[in-house]
Design a protein around this ligand. Structure first.
Ligand code: SF4
Length: 335
């Protein structure tokens, strides 16, 4: 394993020191530069490599099939044009009510606070999302507030992105204060991969912000493989639990990475060890560039049947697909 000292580093300095050069990544992992052919480099131009050094430390040196590496290294197959794959597979532009707002579900409103992420996951369904048109600024709170008042069914704000925890604590605190102005908003949910890839993001200032809000708090982290999780993650989850945050995980079912019931069962047990409950197991959203991660529905259902037999019910995530225009995630029926 590559040896880095991360515990002493704050999350901002780690965010400023991401690996963004694919050749540096390949060299650190002692892999052949031939993996980065012309098409892979074009894929990197389209969606640039970003990966925290702490995540790279968990990748096995010399293994081009490592499940963490496959999630981040640009691949020549991303440049294949495949039928059924598109830039906006979930039709999110239709749900883009105001800049920075996605209103897809009756009681929940999603705010894309930032387009920035600590890590670029090659399968991300928002890899082509027009973030530049969707970054709400301070002045945008008033129209958003008006929209919320016109939609009294909305009782939950979901901070998503990009990764909402890549913004400063000050900015998060300001937005949370805004939501608290409205009595209709009862719950704040944060979707983030940062607690997995840079667990030091759950710092004292952030915990203090959570301590001081009356909103019910939910965090949905994003881990696809047990190899991603370590003691620093456990410590971050433990600190969140002390602030009464309900913790869940969502994963994406990815060919060559976690399309195996034993890996998914291990992931559920590992999450439970950190007191995080598995929430969703998403089948791949068909975004352009991600076709090589796709497995068939039949294969997904077989894997799911196996984990149903292996796990207690409370550790089985829901196997779902998001369908453009549906007002909820759609479960994949088990035959
Ligand atoms: S939004 Fe989430 S899934 Fe997409 S690249 Fe960022 S961290 Fe990865």
């Amino acid at each position: 394993m590559i040896n880095y000292l991360f515990q002493e580093k704050n999350w901002q300095s780690q965010l400023n020191d991401l690996i963004t050069d694919p050749f540096e990544l390949i060299s650190l992992l002692e892999l052949s530069p031939e993996q980065l052919d012309h098409q892979a480099l074009l894929a990197n131009k389209q969606f640039k490599l970003r990966v925290p050094r702490q995540f790279v430390e968990k990748i096995q040196i010399g293994n081009p099939h490592d499940p963490l590496l496959l999630q981040v290294l640009p691949h020549h197959l991303e440049m294949q044009a495949l039928q059924g794959f598109s830039l906006d597979p979930l039709g999110e532009r239709d749900a883009n009510a105001l800049p920075g707002i996605l209103h897809k579900y009756k009681s929940r409103l999603l705010l894309t606070l930032t387009g920035a992420c600590a890590i670029h996951c090659r399968y991300c369904f928002r890899r082509h999302f027009p973030y530049q048109e969707n970054l709400p600024k301070e002045k945008d709170w008033l129209p958003i507030k008006k929209y919320l008042l016109e939609h009294p069914d909305v009782n939950e704000i979901i901070l998503s992105g990009g990764d909402p925890l890549s913004v400063s604590n000050e900015k998060l605190a300001r937005w949370i204060q805004h939501f608290e102005e409205l009595s209709q908003i009862k719950t704040l949910r944060i979707h983030s991969r940062l607690p997995v890839v840079i667990p030091q993001r759950i710092d004292q200032d952030f915990l203090d912000i959570l301590q001081n809000t009356h909103l019910k708090l939910v965090m949905v982290v994003h881990s696809n493989h047990p190899q991603e999780l370590d003691q620093a993650f456990d410590d971050a989850m433990s600190n969140l639990i002390k602030k009464n945050v309900m913790l869940f995980n969502q994963s994406v079912l990815l060919k060559g990475i976690n399309d195996n019931s034993l890996i998914l069962s291990d992931l559920s047990y590992r999450l439970f060890h950190a007191r995080v409950l598995p929430y969703y197991l998403h089948v791949l959203d068909k975004v352009s560039g991600s076709g090589h991660f796709l497995i068939s529905d039949i294969h997904a259902q077989k894997i799911y049947q196996a984990i149903l037999k292996e796990l207690p019910g409370y550790l089985v995530p829901k196997l779902v697909r998001e369908i453009h225009g549906e007002l909820h995630k759609t479960p994949l029926n088990i035959f």
